[in-house]
Design a protein around this ligand. Structure first.
Ligand code: PRT
Ligand code: MG
Length: 208
C-alpha cells in the first residue's frame, strides 16, 4: 500500500471537502479542530490541516503528495510547479473588483489604490488593461478599505454578494470564477503513480 498525504485547506474549503472525503473513505480519524496532522479512515492516507494559502507550498515541496485548494490561491501563488488535474466544484465564488456604491466613480483618478489579499492577480489584471495601480496588501476584511478611504477599490472574493451589499459596496467587474482544485506534487505523480491515479479516478467519478 503506497502511503499518501493530502494537504487540506482549513476553513470553509475543509468544511466542503469533508463530504467528498467521506465518500472516498478518507474521512479524518481524529480531531481536525486541534490536530494539524490526522490519519484518515484509510490507513494509507493521512491528512494535513493547513492555512489555505500554505497548501501550494506543502504540495510543491512534497510535504504533501496532493492538496485541495482554491483557484484564487493557486493563481496568486503561481501554480506552475504543481499539477492541477481536477476541479472539485466546491467552495464556489468569484474574484471581483468592487467600489463604494455612492462614492464618486474613481474614473480618471491618477492612480487607483486597490486593497486586496491578491496583489499578484490584481497587478496582472490591471496591467493587462494598461492601468497602473497602487496595491495595498491586506490580509482580510478588504470591504472596510474603501469605507475609510484606505483604497478606491477592492479585489476580493464574492459568493452571495451579501458582504459587499452590507458594506455599501458594488461589484464593478468580475476577474474570474473560483472553485477548489485538487493539486498534485510533480515528483509524487511519477513515484506514486498508481496510487495517485486511482485516487484521482475515484474523485473524478464523484465530481463529474
Ligand atoms: O484564515 P486564513 O486567512 O488562512 O484563510 P481564509 O480566511 O482565507 O480561509 P477561508 O475559510 O475564508 O477560505 C478561503 C477560501 O475559500 C478561498 O481561498 C476561496 O477559494 C474559498 N471561498 C469560497 C471563499 C468564499 N467562497 C467567500 N465568500 N473565501 C472567502 N469568502 C469571503 C469573501 O472574502 C468575503 O469576505 O466571504 C465574503 C463574501 O461572501 P458573500 O457570500 O457575502 O459574497
Ligand atoms: Mg481566515
Amino acid at each position: 500500500m503506497t502511503a499518501l498525504t493530502i494537504a487540506l485547506s482549513k476553513g470553509r474549503i475543509l468544511e466542503e471537502s469533508l463530504p467528498l472525503l467521506a465518500k472516498l473513505g478518507l474521512d479524518p480519524a481524529g480531531d481536525i479542530d486541534r490536530l494539524l496532522r490526522v490519519p484518515s479512515r484509510d490507513k494509507a492516507v493521512s491528512l494535513l490541516i493547513v492555512r489555505p494559502a500554505d497548501v501550494p507550498t506543502y504540495v510543491e515541496h512534497g510535504a504533501a503528495d496532493l492538496g485541495i485548494v482554491g483557484k484564487d490561491v493557486l493563481m496568486e501563488h503561481g501554480g506552475a510547479a504543481l499539477y492541477e488535474p481536477l476541479d472539485l466544484g466546491i467552495a464556489r465564488c468569484r474574484l471581483s473588483v468592487a467600489a463604494k456604491k455612492d462614492g464618486p466613480r474613481p474614473d480618471g483618478v491618477q492612480r487607483l489604490r486597490i486593497a486586496t489579499k491578491y496583489p499578484a492577480i490584481t497587478r496582472r489584471h490591471f496591467a493587462a488593461k494598461g492601468e497602473q495601480v497602487e496595491i495595498i496588501k491586506l490580509y482580510g476584511s478588504m470591504e472596510l478599505a474603501p469605507l475609510v478611504g484606505l483604497a478606491d477599490l477592492i479585489v476580493d472574493l464574492v459568493a452571495t454578494g451579501g458582504t459587499l451589499k452590507a458594506n455599501g459596496l458594488v461589484e464593478i467587474e468580475t476577474i474570474c470564477q473560483v472553485t477548489s482544485r485538487m493539486v498534485v506534487n510533480k515528483a509524487a505523480m511519477k513515484m506514486k503513480h498508481a496510487a495517485i491515479q486511482s485516487l484521482l479516478a475515484r474523485v473524478a467519478a464523484l465530481v463529474k
